[in-house]
Design a protein around this ligand. Structure first.
Ligand SMILES: CC(C)(COP(=O)(O)OP(=O)(O)OC[C@H]1O[C@@H](n2cnc3c(N)ncnc32)[C@H](O)[C@@H]1OP(=O)(O)O)[C@@H](O)C(=O)NCCC(=O)NCCS
Length: 164
């Protein structure tokens, strides 16, 4: 999906998203924030908490799906868009490349550590744990721990329980 075009509908949608996400940031506890994230289009399951300082991509919050009992901690960024570099070439401003959008899915029970960045198109598996400061560019399987930039799996609890 690519969308670089400024229509009245897009601008209104952008204002609405910024308003909902901005109000959410002011509220405490986390349960009060959830309806505002939902109004901006984020899908959030029961029992999930999003910290006040989480940066939700205001250009496409409807592309974010968060399961049940997920914890997205302080300073995390959920990013659903980036420039399409297949159109980039020497002498061309990168800003002339179209934006491309991709969904983020965070499955039930996942925990996203402080300051992590989740890149467009990534699925975080059920019960997965993302380390503080990780930059997640690829899908993370269920019940794995992933750290670093780019994030790599360092522990696999699913494999461990299969061995047991
Ligand atoms: C990722 C995390 C869950 C791993 O915990 P753990 O399984 O106990 O990890 P360990 O301490 O056994 O560390 C395993 C290895 O990963 C490294 N590591 C741990 N956390 C890391 C991180 N965030 N980034 C990079 N490397 C990390 C350790 O240095 C260690 O490396 P080594 O084997 O080369 O010595 C934890 O370190 C973390 O980042 N938790 C998030 C904290 C957070 O955001 N809390 C919010 C509370 S609301």
């Amino acid at each position: 999906m690519a969308n670089n075009h400024r229509t009245i509908g897009n601008v209104c949608r952008g204002i609405w998203n910024r308003l909902c996400l901005g109000i959410a940031r002011l509220l405490f506890p986390a349960q009060l924030r959830t309806p505002f994230y939902k109004m901006a289009g984020v899908k959030i399951g029961k029992g999930s908490k999003i910290a006040a300082t989480v940066d939700i991509d205001h250009s496409a919050p409807e592309l974010i799906t968060i399961g049940e009992n997920v914890w997205v901690t302080r300073g995390v960024m959920l990013l659903c868009h980036q420039r399409d570099l297949t159109q980039y070439e020497v002498g061309k401003p990168v800003m002339d490349c179209e934006l491309k959008y991709a969904p983020i899915v965070i499955k039930d029970g996942a925990h996203i550590g402080i300051g992590a960045i989740i890149m467009p198109g990534v699925t975080i598996g059920k019960g997965a744990i993302i380390g503080a400061g990780a930059v997640v560019t690829r899908d993370i399987p269920d019940y794995c721990v992933a750290v670093g930039s780019p994030a790599r799996v360092i522990k696999d609890f699913a494999a461990k329980s299969r061995e047991a």
